[in-house]
Design a protein around this ligand. Structure first.
Ligand code: GLU
Length: 480
């Protein structure tokens, strides 16, 4: 499955996504101590590669347009996904690359930001044709020195997944024979090709951990008039791709009520709750969400986001909540699963309404966080848990036996299994991600409380990011 969803967007015409990001940056920059030159350097895209290459499709030659933007080299490698979409353009890739820099800084992942895009609709090509396009794109990146475990490490994004990443890894490795760390040139790979367990669901799981932490923060819930805890919260998820689907699943499994779901063909709503597993099965069989038993149909997909709920998760593409519909959004918590789903105007409207907008550069950072773990695994050439799983189990067994001996009581078999369990790779990945999402939320909250006049989490998150990237630039020293 591809990294993000396929829901339709309501794009405002001629809207520059990159300028939107710059606007948010400027708002936050005034709360930092850095001189103008450093701020300009942080904001700028360091390297932009625009490519056009021919690929034979059927009996014709097609000229494919593609990009890779490295936004920041303050830490290397650069990191960020590759998307396949007809909406790909330089402005979009620049904006997404810059968001990656801030995202990595916020979750303390030591990479600069990058993003790639190929302007194609992947649905119009056979897997064989997609493989040719992907391999050609990867070899263009190699030719220009735009890929490598220490240079720039792509990953899945909208319209791409593990399959495309394995083609990229294989192309890279075959062009760099003997490079021992070659598998670290791309993340989001299948497990058999050096991927890490937990990467597929990582972004959705990170969205869940992040929103759960917001809901567990008593003062924040008081301010918006909701009870603490995730249980019983009414959630609408827009987009059922990799991010939206997994986020919805984790909300559902942990006691939230999924009241609304939206995809490009329309949305469904049921105030008593939807069973995410059954809905996904239903959509697989019928090809649509519409007419799901017991739910109300919402023909205009975007209107699903305007229904009654506590939490809205836009998890598809950018600009879906804009000046046109923001005032009608009823959710008190808006969790940005996608990159840039709110325009700056929408952000302002929702913040004025008193909602908590949990920004993309924090909330969807689960993907890149687990990509970081995958990259570490590739460089260390060992599966997480291989060295310590059995050791922990033996230790736990000794402790358990000692306690049983001292108390004269025995635990049940289920309790024994739970207590003994040493960490597998997936356990370590999940706990690393959980810790990251909880820690970073409180860093952003601190920045919100410490900076007088800052009212919203996005500005607070930008302040955190600018401070970290700015210090890195200062420490690097500026060329005289
Ligand atoms: N495409 C994802 C993002 O936008 C993941 C990037 C990565 O893992 O490098 O965050």
């Amino acid at each position: 499955m591809s990294e993000t969803a396929t829901a339709a967007t309501a794009q405002a015409p001629h809207y520059s996504f990159f300028h939107g990001v710059e606007r948010n940056f400027d708002k936050a920059a005034s709360h930092t101590r850095f001189e103008k030159g450093i701020l300009e350097q942080i904001k700028a895209c360091n390297s932009i590669l625009q490519m056009k290459f021919p690929v034979r499709i059927g009996d014709k030659i097609e000229v494919i347009e593609a990009f890779r933007v490295q936004h920041s080299h303050h830490k290397l490698p650069c990191k960020g996904g590759i998307r396949y979409s007809m909406d790909v353009n330089q402005d979009e890739v620049m904006a997404l690359a810059s968001l990656m820099t801030y995202k990595c800084a916020i979750v303390n992942v030591p990479f600069g930001g990058a993003k790639g895009g190929i302007k194609i609709n992947p649905k119009n090509y056979t897997p064989f044709e997609l493989e040719k396009i992907t391999r050609r794109y990867a070899s263009e990146l190699v030719k220009k020195n735009f890929i490598g475990p220490g240079i720039d490490v792509p990953a899945p994004d909208y319209g791409t997944g593990a399959r495309e990443m394995s083609w990229i890894a294989d192309t890279y490795a075959s062009l760099k024979p003997g490079e021992v760390d070659a598998l670290g040139c791309v993340t989001g790979k299948p497990i058999a090709q050096g991927g890490v367990r937990g990467r597929t669901e990582a972004t959705g799981l990170g969205v869940f951990y992040g929103v759960r932490e917001v809901c567990n923060t008593v003062e924040d819930m008081k301010r918006i008039g909701l009870n603490t805890g995730i249980e019983g919260k009414r959630v609408i998820v827009q987009g059922l791709g990799n991010v939206g689907y997994h986020a919805a699943k984790f909300f559902y499994d942990n006691g939230a009520i999924i009241v609304g779901l939206a995809e490009y063909e329309g949305g469904i709503y049921n105030e008593r709750g939807l069973d995410i597993y059954k809905v996904v099965e239903y959509r697989k069989t019928t090809g649509s969400l519409l007419n799901y038993p017991g739910a109300i149909n919402i023909k205009n997909s975007a209107e699903t986001m305007e229904q009654e709920c506590d939490i809205l998760i836009p998890a598809a593409l950018e600009n879906v909540v804009n000046a046109g519909n923001a005032a009608r959004i009823k959710a008190k918590i808006i969790g940005e699963g996608a990159n840039g789903p709110l325009t700056p105007e929408a952000d302002e409207i929702l913040n004025k309404k008193g909602a908590i907008v949990v920004p993309d550069m924090y909330l969807n950072a689960g993907g890149v966080t687990v990509s970081y773990f995958e990259w570490l695994k590739n460089l260390s050439h060992v599966r997480f848990g291989r060295m310590d799983k059995r050791f922990s189990e033996n230790q736990n067994n000794t402790i358990l036996k000692t306690v049983e001996g001292l108390t004269g009581k025995k635990v049940t078999d289920t309790e024994r299994t739970l207590i003994m369990h040493g960490p597998d790779e997936v356990d370590l990945v999940y706990s690393g991600l959980e810790d990251t999402m909880i820690g970073s939320y409180h860093e952003i909250r601190e920045s919100l409380l410490q900076n007088n006049g800052v009212q919203d989490m996005r500005t607070a998150a930008f302040i955190c990011a600018i401070n970290k990237v700015g210090v890195a630039y200062e420490e690097l020293g500026i060329f005289p």
